[in-house]
Design a protein around this ligand. Structure first.
Ligand SMILES: Cc1cc2nc3c(=O)[nH]c(=O)nc-3n(C[C@H](O)[C@H](O)[C@H](O)COP(=O)(O)OP(=O)(O)OC[C@H]3O[C@@H](n4cnc5c(N)ncnc54)[C@H](O)[C@@H]3O)c2cc1C
Length: 449
């Protein structure tokens, strides 16, 4: 029906997934309108982006993000490089140089996408709020934007993890919920001539402490983010949101103190408290769990959201977009792609969400004093940690770490990891303040002490 014809496409949300799918479909000759509630980047100053809570928070960019961008939208990739994104390469013994993705701030990444999108013929980005989806005759007919209808043959819901635009026609999430972890972070920049601080691996510095975690994410041009992660339920650590407490914590944690030493780096944002973090999967099904509305497809975080601890979100979003484009290329009627796309997402995206649900739930339990639970399959992070004792685990984990194999690739080495834990070994804790020390630091900072 649509072969060779121009489709009218409405995209809900002009975040990374919406812009990529919108530009790619416009590049195939379709008429695309992407509707975004936030304004685009200002010529100068901070791009507020209230529609995306995590916009100014630390982002790592896995290799898949740059790869898909180069394949589907090379102009945006070039713009990202021109704005300073830095390719990461590191040596793996016995393998040679390995591409580790890119260093960039999310702001830099999205500016590249958005400014490139503004120049794409047949893609128009309209500011407005999508109130809902219009359907009749058993298929999608368009969307409602600020009370006015916009007709479309294909509606792509790229509204992110908190998007509600398709709620009246789409089944709620089938897996997951709040992950039990909360976040504060802050961006810094190295002073002129100052080198980076210590690294725990080629991509980041990380410390696993008593009841919480600290991570340094590197971005482009000397920018970096410090992230402190804690159990949401640990209300006493909420005080890390204050600049004085955050500074005191950074100064007390070995390694992090070097990164944030005022002689090496200066903060370039306030301390940014994160909103709730989720691991959620929401497929393409319709209300009641039956087939989805033909002509409506959800993509990106609107389908699969994972906590940021492994930096998977954008890679998952872009892999989804690439798959969706391949299905649309092969299928004459866009109403037919929902089901095969749903099946693919269930096979390749849902396992990552389930993996995170297990990792995060168990991490929070251990942060609160629990021991390694040997009565069920070990969560993937514990399997990886056991490679410190049994190197055969490391050999098997590269596909998992690179996200080129599904989490089940760790199943064959789970018994090896189990044997490590059965021997009594536990992952060593990084040196630094205990959770109670941190509570005391927060109290002292609040009292000006
Ligand atoms: C704290 C945090 C840190 C993260 N760190 C990483 C990381 O290190 N690496 C990584 O790969 N991923 C990370 N992620 C995940 C990543 O941010 C998401 O995967 C990514 O934003 C998904 O892109 P998206 O386009 O699907 O959705 P979004 O970026 O959420 O974009 C959705 C867009 O839709 C718009 N919208 C929603 N509803 C409407 C409506 N009704 N009308 C109009 N517009 C609407 C929103 O304003 C928004 O612009 C992190 C997430 C969090 C929460």
């Amino acid at each position: 029906m649509w072969e060779g014809e121009v489709m009218r496409v409405a995209v809900v949300g002009a975040g990374p997934a919406g812009l990529l799918v919108g530009s790619a479909l416009a590049g195939r000759g379709h008429q695309v309108v992407a509707v975004e509630r936030d304004a685009g980047p200002p010529r100068q100053g901070v791009w507020a982006r209230r529609g995306v809570m995590q916009f100014h928070h630390a982002h790592g960019f896995r290799p898949q993000v740059g790869q898909v961008l180069q394949e589907e939208w090379p102009a945006a990739f070039a713009a990202w490089m021109a704005l300073g994104a830095e390719p990461i390469t590191f040596d793996v013994p016995g393998v040679g140089p390995v591409h580790g993705g890119h260093r960039s701030r999310r702001d830099t990444f999205e500016r590249a996408l958005r400014t490139t999108a503004d120049g794409v013929a047949d893609l128009s980005i309209r500011q407005g709020h999508v109130d809902g989806v219009v359907a009749s005759g058993g298929r999608v007919r368009g969307i409602v934007v600020d009370g006015h209808s916009l007709e479309a043959d294909l509606v792509v819901d790229a509204s992110g993890r908190s998007g509600r635009a398709a709620d009246e026609v789409r089944a709620p999430a089938s897996a997951g919920g709040a992950c039990g972890m909360a976040y504060v972070d802050r961006q810094y920049r190295l002073r002129d001539g100052a080198g980076p601080g210590p690294m725990s691996n080629p991509l980041a510095w990380q410390a696993d402490l008593d009841g919480y975690q600290a991570v340094v994410f590197l971005h482009e041009r000397g920018h970096f983010s410090v992230v402190l992660v804690r159990p949401t339920a640990d209300a006493a650590l909420k005080g890390l949101r204050s600049a004085a407490a955050f500074d005191a914590a950074c100064a007390a944690i070995p390694g992090l103190a070097e990164w944030t030493d005022p002689g090496r780096a200066r903060p370039v944002t306030q301390v940014l408290p994160g909103g709730a973090l989720y691991n959620v999967y929401r497929g393409q099904r319709g209300i009641g769990g039956g087939s989805g509305l033909p002509g409506l497809v959800s993509v990106g975080d609107a389908v699969a959201t994972t906590t940021p601890t492994f930096g998977r979100g954008l890679a998952m979003a872009f892999l989804q977009v690439q798959r969706l484009l391949a299905l649309l290329d092969a299928e004459a009627d866009p109403a037919m792609v929902g089901e095969p796309f749903d099946a693919w997402c269930e096979d390749t995206m849902l396992p990552w969400v389930c993996d995170h649900i297990r990792i995060d739930g168990d991490q929070v339990r251990r942060w609160q004093g629990g021991d390694v639970d040997l009565t069920r399959r070990l969560p993937s992070d514990l399997i990886l940690s056991a490679a410190q004792v049994d190197p055969r685990i490391a050999e098997a984990s590269t596909g998992y770490l690179g996200m080129v194999d599904l989490p089940s690739c760790l199943d064959p080495v789970e018994p090896l990891a189990r044997a490590v834990y059965e021997s009594g070994w536990r992952p060593p804790r990084s040196p630094g303040p205990t959770r109670q020390d941190l509570v005391d630091l927060i109290g002292a900072a609040a009292g000006g002490g």
